[in-house]
Design a protein around this ligand. Structure first.
Ligand SMILES: Nc1nc2c(ncn2[C@@H]2O[C@H](COP(=O)(O)OP(=O)(O)OP(=O)(O)O)[C@@H](O)[C@H]2O)c(=O)[nH]1
Length: 355
């Protein structure tokens, strides 16, 4: 069969980067900056409760342009889902100028690349434009240095190694002299990728989209066993993706949370467990705040907290949803503590809560 020319394929960008590095922020930035383009976003979130769908969905022109893959991580358990998702896009792909895949923060991009490139039908319809890796200037070094159990890949290293562009994000959180050292570390892992520094994922988009930067040969050089074949002439990389050290704990509680109690609990938790808590995020209902919905974002000890773009709708159940991702999570403790922050029906603050 004749090969499909690249110019006829739909460009596909893989957005990778560790938990909390700024992937969703980048996707939202792209969607707001490129309104003239029709962009399809495929979200693959790690966590028992999906929060990002709501955060990205607010910026989509059409809800149909956002596809959720939430049965697991695309790089391991749901590679079949990725093929099915892209397969279902084939017929309508011409409606889109490009597709963005936001991988989970714990994804190894190598198997994702292999999945796409080894399926002829997908490869005939989609062209990987670039693998773009977000790196959190404040935390990336610790993640790169983390020792994994025997034979397991370090996802953060893989994400940087397979990237065509590395976006060194959150430069506001580290002094300039440290930034230089971080850039050197990133370049020592991947000397081919262009490193772009920024805040709030605001990069020159012409540097990351429509750039035809992806080279499959480089991926095979990095991992000779990428497509399941290894001629044995190059050192084999460990291919085990072991997520046993990390877990996700999703908690949903109905009612109104007491602001000071909740703030105190979260501040104390993130201070004492900062190293273990890779990521926390939530959509919250507070007492005394009318129909304002709040979004909570935590990355280790860093906290961002503010009103969501959408409000609680009349009749919508006031269910706060919080996801914790990290090591050694005590589900009972987290659930009890959050339930403890709920305003009791006879509490005076409850009178303030809207019906
Ligand atoms: N200080 C600071 N915070 C940032 C910057 N960019 C993003 N953030 C915040 O970092 C948090 C995580 O950002 P996200 O875009 O959700 O990160 P993510 O990579 O999508 O996270 P996961 O999907 O959980 O892996 C949010 O609270 C962002 O507002 C930045 O440049 N500086």
């Amino acid at each position: 069969m004749a090969e499909v020319p690249d110019s006829e394929k739909t460009p596909f960008t893989i957005v990778t980067g560790f938990l909390g590095a700024g992937k969703t922020t980048l996707i939202n930035y792209i969607l707001t900056e490129q309104r003239e383009k029709r962009i399809c976003v495929i979200e693959n979130e790690y966590g028992e409760i999906n929060i990002d769908e709501k955060l990205v969905g607010e910026n989509m022109a059409s809800k149909e342009d956002l596809i959720q893959m939430d049965n697991g991580c695309a790089c391991c358990s749901i590679r079949g889902d990725l093929v099915r998702t892209l397969g279902s896009l084939v017929e309508k792909r011409k409606q889109f100028d490009c597709v963005l895949l936001e991988t989970t923060g714990l994804a190894d991009p190598a198997p994702i690349i292999a999945t796409i490139k080894s399926n002829q039908w997908i490869d005939d319809n989609f062209l990987i434009d670039a693998v773009v890796c977000l790196a959190d200037a404040k935390h990336v070094k610790a993640h790169l240095d983390e020792l994994k159990p025997d034979g397991a890949v370090n996802e953060a290293v893989q994400q940087v190694a397979f990237a065509d562009r590395v976006i060194l994000n959150k430069v506001d959180l580290v002094p300039p002299e440290e930034l230089k050292a971080i850039k050197n570390t990133l370049t020592s892992i991947n000397r081919f990728a262009v490193v772009l520094s920024c805040e709030r994922s605001k990069v020159d988009l012409s540097q990351i989209i429509g750039i035809s930067a992806f080279k499959v040969d480089r991926c095979v050089d990095l991992d000779p066993a990428l497509f399941g074949e290894d001629d044995g002439t190059k050192a084999k990389k460990p291919r085990v993706h072991d997520l046993s050290m990390v877990s996700s704990c999703g908690i949903a509680v109905e009612g109104y949370l007491d602001v000071p109690k909740f703030n105190m609990f979260m501040a104390e938790l993130l201070q004492t467990r900062a190293a273990d808590l890779y990521r926390t995020k939530g959509v919250l209902s507070f007492a005394g705040q009318g129909d304002t919905k709040f979004v909570f974002q935590g990355v280790h000890e860093q906290i961002n907290f503010g009103p969501a773009q959408t409000k609680w709708q009349p009749g919508e159940a006031r269910v706060s949803k919080i996801v914790f991702i990290g090591r050694k999570l005590d589900r009972k403790f987290l659930r009890d503590s959050i339930e403890n922050c709920l305003v009791k029906p006879d509490d005076s603050a409850a009178a303030d809560a809207p019906n």
